[in-house]
Design a protein around this ligand. Structure first.
Ligand SMILES: NC(=O)c1ccc[n+]([C@@H]2O[C@H](COP(=O)([O-])OP(=O)(O)OC[C@H]3O[C@@H](n4cnc5c(N)ncnc54)[C@H](OP(=O)(O)O)[C@@H]3O)[C@@H](O)[C@H]2O)c1
Length: 256
């Protein structure tokens, strides 16, 4: 019978090296801190490098990396740069994302294109480069894609974003299927409404307050509400037999 591990050991990430995209604010900054607190070395990547420098200054395990996920041609070299900073990567958290708030008929071509490029195409390209790197050295690892509640539950004025997150969810399953045999697990987190720079203005508005009243738990989440799910999916000891899964963390919103 397998040994029963204490929770501390089950979620210990010592020896793991994680790249977190969109780590300059909100969920990504929290993900970087949580992974580092469990012993992982973390590459915190984004465009606002001054924010990353602040994060890194507070955590010896966090290293900043200037990264624009839409510069696809640079991504393989950026992964090599990350490895030069912290060692061979084992975890990729595809978190960088942008939102849109227009109805379909009002959405200009450039907004649709920017959302798909940042939220979908970058996940495709960065995951592909990450998987190739691991396969070349026969290393195992895990990818966590940040999708959304709206990947499965649409609302008005968020179609471009919802479609992009549905694609991320489907991409998660496709990646999981192709890469399981290579020892790469791929899972997704689907957060509901979580306080961040992306959502705070909306959540404070009358429409946002109205929405919060419809969430069964009667509140929006905090980034910390995702800590446990992140650690579950990141730890090979805790979720070694999970791949292609998505976990909803939404205060019951999908039920309403
Ligand atoms: N908050 C929510 O309610 C919620 C719910 C479901 C899903 N999500 C998803 O969670 C993720 C994080 O969102 P958040 O709420 O934390 O929003 P946020 O505070 O606005 O953070 C978005 C992050 O994405 C980065 N980013 C955007 N475009 C980028 C690019 N081209 N290259 C590199 N990084 C880029 C930003 O960094 P720079 O600008 O510094 O590059 C920033 O760090 C997103 O994928 C979002 O769709 C959020």
């Amino acid at each position: 019978m397998n040994q029963v591990l204490a929770a501390q050991r089950l979620f210990d990430l010592t020896g793991e090296v994680a790249l977190v995209t969109g780590a300059s604010s909100g969920l990504g900054a929290r993900f970087a801190e949580v992974l580092a607190a469990q012993g992982a070395k973390v590459i915190a990547a984004a465009r606002r490098t001054e924010r990353l420098a602040e994060l890194a200054a507070a955590h010896p395990n966090i290293h900043p990396l200037s990264l624009d996920v839409t510069r696809f041609e640079q991504l393989p070299a950026k992964l090599e740069e990350a490895e030069a900073l912290a060692g061979p990567l084992t975890l990729l958290i595809n978190n960088a994302g942008i939102a849109g708030g227009l109805r379909i008929v009002d959405t200009p071509e450039d907004e649709w294109a920017a959302i798909q490029k940042t939220n979908v195409d970058s996940v495709w390209h960065l995951s592909q480069a990450f998987a190739k790197m691991l396969m070349a050295r026969k290393g195992s690892g895990a990818i966590i894609n940040i999708a959304s509640l709206v990947a499965t539950k649409v609302g008005v004025s968020s179609a471009s974003y919802a479609v992009s997150k549905a694609a991320v969810l489907h991409m998660t399953k496709a990646q999981a299927l192709e890469w399981a045999r290579h020892g790469i697990r791929v899972n997704a987190i689907c957060p509901g409404y979580i306080h961040s720079e992306m959502t705070d203005d909306y959540l404070a508005s009358p429409a946002g307050q109205d929405l919060i009243r419809k969430i069964p738990q009667r509140r929006a989440g905090e980034a910390a509400d995702l800590d446990g799910t992140l650690l579950l999916l990141a730890s090979p000891r805790a979720s070694g037999f999970m791949t292609g899964a998505s976990i909803l963390v939404d205060g019951g919103h999908a039920l309403a």
